[in-house]
Design a protein around this ligand. Structure first.
Ligand code: SAH
Length: 395
């Protein structure tokens, strides 16, 4: 029989609102002996069925919901249904935005907690972040092979959060073979992706809509693309007719790929620069030297991994955005982003406002950005909203 988690009295409220997490303190008792990642039934204090989920004995999030339907079993057919549903949105977006790379499964937001799947042409890259996701690897791979027989499947479960779940890091091929050169297209821009050595699953798909929206600011401009990774915003800037784009990153591999990406698109390399430098130090140097730009893109890595780090993160975001404003010409545009889920949009706007005061500049917010549409936000899971940004006109 399926092991059963009985909730403490009154602790079913968030589940009835279809939030997919059960915290350890909400559980009164457990019947049966569920092991790491096992499927369990979740019942209220009266023994009424509420949901079926996966057990994470080592995590404060003690269980994550697979389904709220009592007659739905967690098998490969379940994963096929979830994939087919997720694919509908992605097929629409792929046709609309000319994409061969997108997030196919955005974990909780696509009804599959702990599972991220990105598609890069004919390669599917999976990240299994929770005990339940890890335990379902075989069912998931069977479902993927059924739905996408043309695709190779690669695992990139080398993410630190797995340790909180009692899981080891793990990477490698699950099916098929990787092509020697993997390329995706978005909005007509060609991008090489290294799913083995790249960040996350290989590319920052979540900034696609923001990269596209940013194109209107780049024509004939001198652009500083901070934290460029493999080109990202810089490629779109060249496509949009920027006069010059300086890409800055501390990863030489990322910069080499950025250059190769410019070549893939036959962009004029005399308009592109690739600088291996620490953005914090470089911006101070430019400020002190009086170097100025028309547009600065500021897309740093996540500064806050936990609530305890949020204050420090706020200082980091303020500092770096103050410097960015100081090196903009009057009337220049700062495109600034935060991918820290704990940093709410309102707080980020306040930080930019504080940065403007410290920079001694007048700033107007002229556009707001969020994560790309293949990273949807499920209404019952607001935590899925993590990436936000602003276009700031700096006077
Ligand atoms: N804008 C990119 C994604 C940026 S990811 C895109 O659209 O694809 C963040 C990048 O910041 C990574 O490539 C990482 O190597 C780089 N990075 C981290 N710390 C840095 C620092 N102090 N200075 C410069 N680059 C840094």
């Amino acid at each position: 029989m399926t092991p059963q988690l009985f909730l403490a009295k009154g602790r079913e409220k968030s589940l009835l609102r279809r939030h997919p997490w059960i915290f350890s303190r909400a559980i009164a008792r457990i019947e049966g002996k569920p092991q790491l990642g096992d499927t369990v039934d979740i019942l209220d204090a009266q023994g009424q069925f509420i949901a079926r989920g996966a057990y994470s004995p080592q995590s404060q999030i003690r269980a994550r919901v697979w389904t709220f339907e009592s007659d739905e079993q967690i098998d490969s057919a379940f994963f096929i249904r979830r994939l087919e549903q997720a694919q509908q949105l992605r097929s629409m977006l792929a046709a609309r935005d000319n994409l061969t790379g997108y997030r196919l499964i955005a974990a909780e937001s696509d009804g599959l907690p702990g599972i991220t799947i990105d598609r890069y042409d004919n390669v599917l890259v999976c990240q299994l972040l929770s005990a339940g996701a890890d335990a379902q690897r075989d069912n998931l791979v069977a479902a993927l092979r059924h739905c996408y027989p043309e695709c190779a499947i690669y695992e990139r479960s080398d993410v630190a959060v797995r340790k909180k779940e009692g899981l080891k890091l793990r990477t490698g091929l699950l099916h098929g073979e990787l092509p020697a050169d993997l390329e995706i297209c978005e909005h007509g821009v060609r991008i090489g992706v290294d799913v083995e050595k790249g960040h996350k699953t290989g590319f920052y798909l979540d900034q696609r809509d923001s990269r596209f929206a940013a194109m209107k600011y780049f024509k004939d401009q001198n652009v500083l693309n901070c934290f460029s990774y493999t080109g990202g915003f810089g490629l779109y800037a060249l496509k949009a007719g920027a006069k010059m784009v300086r890409n800055v990153d501390v990863s030489q591999l990322a910069l080499d790929t950025a250059k190769a990406n410019c070549q893939r698109n036959a962009f004029d390399l005399s308009r592109a620069e690739f600088l291996n430098a620490d953005v914090f130090a470089l911006l101070r140097q430019y400020r002190d030297e009086g170097q100025k730009f028309d547009v600065v893109v500021m897309d740093p890595p996540k500064f806050a991994e936990s609530k305890a780090q949020l204050n420090g993160a706020c200082r980091g975001y303020k500092d770096i955005n103050m410097l960015a404003m100081q090196i903009l010409k009057p009337g220049g545009v700062l495109l600034s982003y935060s991918c820290s889920g704990l940093m709410e949009q309102n707080l980020f706007q306040k930080i930019l406002a504080d940065a403007a005061i410290d920079a001694g500049r007048d700033v107007q917010f002229i556009e707001r950005f969020g994560q790309a549409a293949d990273h949807p936000i499920l209404s019952t899971y607001p935590e899925g909203f993590y990436l936000k940004g602003f276009a700031c006109l700096v006077r």
